[in-house]
Each structure stands twice: as C-alpha cells, then as structure tokens.
Design a protein around this ligand. Structure first.
Ligand code: G6P
Length: 606
C-alpha cells in the first residue's frame, strides 16, 4: 500500500528518492511522486509505475533533501492531481501522507471558507494547507505540524518539507514510519527494506511521535509536545536477499525460496529429546500452556488461510477448542475475550490495519496477543511484544507464497509444543519433528519434478470460474489455491470443503468445468474421492493434487503428485503446485504477476 521515502543529507536527493520508491514498489500502488527542495520545492508526480515517473523527470534535479511517495488510492481517483506530494496553497509546505484523515470533509469545508482552493480530491491535501496556515503564526515547522495534526482525526504517517527551512518534519499515528540514521544524512521510510541499502541504524516511530530531521540530527517528541520514549535500534542484517537476481518474477523466486525459508523457520526450534517444539519468543511455560481454555488465531488473506490450518493442528494435537478469525470481522463482532486464552495475530507484513485493530480490541479487553510475524520490528511485532518470527526473508510479490509456508510451519511447531504440554506422547511428537525436518527437502524435490502444471494451466486459463475442493486440513489449502489464482490471474475462483460441494457449487459444473482437488493420503481421502466422482459425472475436468504412488491418481484428468509427508504437514507440499498453477496461468494471460491490479502487499487501512 502507500509508501513514503525521504532524504536529507549531502547527496543529490532525487536518485536516492527514486531508488527508495523502487524498493517500496512491491507494497502495491497506482501512482508515484517526489518533491525535491533547492530553494524552491519542485514537485513531479505521475499515475503509473516508478519507471513512468522516472521518464518525466528532468536529467538532473538539484537539491539535497526531498520526500517521495507511492500512492494506493483510497480518497479520490487514480489521477496525477491526487498523487502525492501535495503542496500548500502558497507553496511553503509540501507533504506526503499515508493513512486516512477521517475528518477531511470538515477540514476541507473550513479551508474553503477561508478562501483556500484545494486542487485534489484527497483527504491528505488538507494537511498541507493547515500546516501552512499554522506556520504563518510563528514560522516554527515542528509546532505547525504538531498543531495541524491536533486538528486531524484518523491515521497518518506524514512527512513535510518547507520552502524556508532545511528540515523534514514527520509524524506517525497508525501508519509506519522508520527513520534511518546515516553519517551526516537521514532517511525516512515506511518500510525497513528501503533503508537497508543505506544504514542499519533505525528508529521505529511509535504512534503519537513527531520527529524533526536535519542532515545531522533527529529530534523526537510527541504530538502533545512532551518527550518521546522511542529509542533507536539496529536492523538485522541477515534479513535475506530482496533483489530479483536471475528470476523473471519475485513470485517465482519466492516459490523456489520455500525450502530454505522453511529451514530458517524450523532451525533450532525443535527439541528431539523431548519430542516438542521450543518457541522461546512466546515466553509460555508448559504450566501456562496447560491452563489455556481456548486459542484464537487472527489474520487476513493468505495469513487467515494459514491460521485455519494452525487451528486444525492445535485442536488435533492439544485437544483445545481453537478458532480462526478474519481480522476485519473480529473487532466489530464484540468478541468475548478470556484473559487466560491464547490469541495469535498471523501476518506477513506486521502492518495490516485490520489485524492491528483486532489486536488492540483484544488488549483492551484484557487479553494477550502473540505475533506470528515475518517482518522484524513491524508494528504488530512490537505491539504484541511476544511471538514467533517466521523468518521467511523479504517477500515482495503481492501473492504470498513462502510466508504462507512458514506461517504453517511456525503454527505446526506451536501445535506440537502445546500438544506435548497437554495431550500427545513424546513418540508422536518425535514423529512430527521428523516430518517437519523432512519438509524442506521434500519441497525441493517436488520443485525439481513439478508434474504437468502447464496441462492444468490449459484447463483453467479460459475458464469462467475454477472450483477448488479439499477436506480436513486440505480445505484451507483449497482456499489458498483459489486466492492465489484469483489474485494474480483474475479468474473467479471458489473454494469449498469437498463434502459441501454437493450442497451448492455443484450447480456451476458443466462439461469441461475445471475442478482442482487437493487429496493427500489422509483419513478423509476416500470421502474426497466420492466428491471427485460426483464432479466427473457432471462432465468436470479434474486436476488432482495427490501423493506420489497413490492409486487415487486414477481419478484425475491432470494428476500432479507431491512427495508423501507426515499427514498433518501435507499443506506444506500440496500448496506448492497450486502456487505454480496460479503463477503460470497469470503469465499465460499476460497479467502482472508480482503486482496484480488493485491489490497491495501491505494493507494499512481498515
Ligand atoms: C493483503 C495482501 C495479501 C495478504 C493480506 C494479509 O491483502 O494482498 O496477500 O495475505 O494482505 O497481509 P499480512 O501482511 O497481514 O499477512
């Protein structure tokens, strides 16, 4: 979603800003812009990709400080005018903003009454004008931003530059901003990935913080004018490779990174002697685990699908009632929170606004939330304070792949840990550990021999819709497969538990309709086989994901086999061909695989 990058220092700002924008591209956006100060402030903005902005820029733009933005439209259409940065009426202030100003309509009206003409339809523009108005009182940029933001209601990550002052003032409330401290230069970004090329020394602003940056100093305070308690930190440098390398797309690269990502996730977290998982970051003793009345998992999109798999594993291994919730629904349903229950927020980015709000609701009602998070130091990781980092490394394609696998792996290890505290024997624990340790190698061997993926693509690429079916632990895998294909190939997809197919989706089937079945060799396989027969009887073409050597292969028109694995871990194998089907279908249809239309990687608005 929207991204911010800013620079102040001895170098020319524009190449640094453009490179920052390029690193923010993966978040998803529809327009870009930058402002560079050199006496006056020059603004360039454009609908489209960073490359299109690059094409309209003059050869050189003199200036050692500036701010830049990738916009994902919320208020106002995708137009050049609505793109950021936004200047104030007299051009003394230029801002970029992420988040939503909820009282923008009211602020617009009062600006109109004062004779200020707004040129965009955005909620953000009002902030530029109000800061300018406040600046006219005492010519103090920091105070002007503080007073302006006190009039706003909503969320912001905001950066402002000033025609008559050499500084950047920024503030955070709900939308992430991270300051990067270089030597005689400062950076500001909504994403730590964009900073790693410049510095490892960072300050994650907290909600309510305001910061004033010069090339050599950072002054932190709060919106109310007090001292901020926010401290600096050092970014981890083993975060992983975030460049494309020899791969044509990030999605393909990330699919292939799954074996190594899984190794990073499980390394050092399995205790063979006790047959248990050891997720130290949860800070949960066996005694505490034994008393848990129920478990709730929260997530959106792919993370919700991983949470559903986690739910089944925890319930199966620990015999505790466990629920998975879509974050955006959770808060508004006035949930009952038990103080001893366990809550997990599952999220790749650690910035998803719906999940953040759900966590706050739980905390407000006296519950504890643990994070299952990829991005180290992200808002959700910090808000939860305790949890599991899934260690996927940077995931840049909007369609999540390796983060999904690592969420499932992390939740499997938790299910094992809580299962051993409550229910299962050491022998069963060791079996699962053995299974988990085999998974990276098995995924690798599947990737070496992927089966007839392109035959499956031929069946789905022109379909009106595609039905994904699975039972038990494969039902959420079916949802994940459907989400992937819908997200990047824009084909309407429906995922159902296979047994429920006859109660509705069967009406969609006609001669040649593609149906993708996920049927590993587990206790519900024969039931799944019945659903396959019912589909075949209506002329459907069956794409079957099954285990190598399993006789169920006779039931499919296109059969894709994966190596056999521990029954509870089959999602880690069966999801991979679904990712590849989505990838190759999108490619075949000429879609932008890594940046599908309208979607964002990090959705920071509710
Ligand atoms: C967006 C992305 C999805 C992602 C979801 C949750 O909708 O497009 O791919 O699964 O957010 O993101 P999170 O960062 O919380 O895992």
């Amino acid at each position: 979603m929207c991204g911010i990058f800013g620079y102040i220092g001895p170098h020319q700002a524009s190449p640094i800003l453009l490179e920052g924008l390029r690193r923010l591209e993966y978040r998803g956006y529809d327009s870009t812009g930058l402002a560079v100060k050199n006496g006056a402030i020059s603004i360039y903005k454009k609908v489209g990709k960073v490359q299109q902005l690059r094409e309209i820029l003059p050869q050189t733009i003199e200036g050692n400080m500036g701010i830049a933005h990738t916009r994902w439209a919320t208020h106002g259409g995708v137009t050049d005018e609505n793109s950021h940065p936004h200047p104030s009426a007299q051009g003394k202030v230029v801002i970029v903003h992420n988040g939503i100003i909820e009282n923008a309509r009211m602020l617009r009206t009062s600006l109109n009454v004062q004779g200020v003409k707004l040129v965009s339809e955005t909620d953000s523009e009002v902030l530029a004008h109000i800061i300018e108005r406040e600046l006219s009182i005492d010519d103090n940029p920091e105070e002007a931003v503080r007073r302006a933001l006190r009039q706003a209601r909503g969320t912001w990550g905001i950066c402002a530059v000033f025609k008559d002052h050499d500084m950047i003032v920024c503030a955070r409330n709900g939308s992430p901003l991270i300051i990067g401290q270089g030597i005689n230069e400062m950076f500001i970004s909504s994403d730590p990935h964009a900073l790693t090329a410049h510095t490892q020394q960072v300050i994650y602003l907290e909600d309510g913080d305001l910061a004033t940056l010069t090339a050599t100093s950072v002054k932190l305070s709060t919106l109310t004018g007090g001292d901020s308690s926010t401290k600096g930190t050092t970014l981890e440098n083993d975060w992983g490779e975030s460049e494309l390398g020899d791969y044509p797309h990030f999605m393909l690269k990330e699919i292939y990174e799954q074996p190594d990502a899984l190794r990073h996730c499980i390394n050092g977290r399995l205790d063979r002697t006790r047959g248990s998982g050891k997720l130290g970051g949860l800070k949960l003793s066996p005694a505490a685990l034994a008393k848990v009345p129920h478990v709730r998992l929260l997530g959106c999109g792919t993370s919700y699908n991983a949470a559903e798999i986690g739910r089944l594993l925890i319930e199966k291994l620990a015999r505790i009632p466990t629920f998975a919730h879509i974050s955006s629904e959770f808060r508004h349903n006035d949930p009952v929170i038990h103080p001893s229950a366990l809550h997990f927020a599952v999220t790749q980015s650690g910035e998803t606004a719906d999940t953040l709000s759900a966590i706050k609701e739980i905390q407000l009602k006296g519950g504890n939330v643990h994070g299952v998070v990829n991005v180290v130091g992200s808002s959700i990781a910090r808000l939860c304070g305790r949890g599991v980092y899934i260690h996927s490394g940077p995931e840049q394609a909007v369609a999540s792949t390796k983060a999904f696998s690592n969420m499932v792996a992390a939740l499997s290890m938790f299910a094992l840990q809580i299962g051993r505290s409550r229910n299962i024997s050491k022998e069963r624990g060791v079996e699962l550990i053995h299974g988990l340790q085999q998974v990276p190698h098995l995924v690798e061997s599947y990737l070496e021999n992927q089966g007839p993926i392109l035959e499956a693509v031929e069946l789905v690429k022109n379909a009106k819709s595609v039905l994904f079916l699975g039972r038990g632990i494969s039902a959420p895998v079916a949802k994940e497969g459907a989400l992937k294909l819908m997200e990047i190939a824009y084909i309407p997809c429906l995922a159902y538990p296979a047994g429920e197919m006859k109660h509705g989706p069967i009406a969609l089937l006609e001669e040649g309709s593609p149906v993708i079945f996920i049927a590993p060799n587990d206790h519900v396989k024969t039931k799944t086989a019945s659903a396959i027969h019912e589909c075949r009887a209506r002329g459907a073409k069956i794409i079957l994901i099954h285990e190598e050597g399993d006789e169920i292969a006779e039931e499919g028109d296109v059969c894709i086999s994966v190596p056999p694995v521990h029954n509870l871990l089959s999602p880690l194998l069966t999801v991979v061909p679904l990712q590849l089907i989505a990838y190759h279908t999108a490619l075949e249809l000429g879609c932008d695989v890594d940046r599908p239309r309208n979607l964002a990687k990090s959705v920071t608005v509710e």
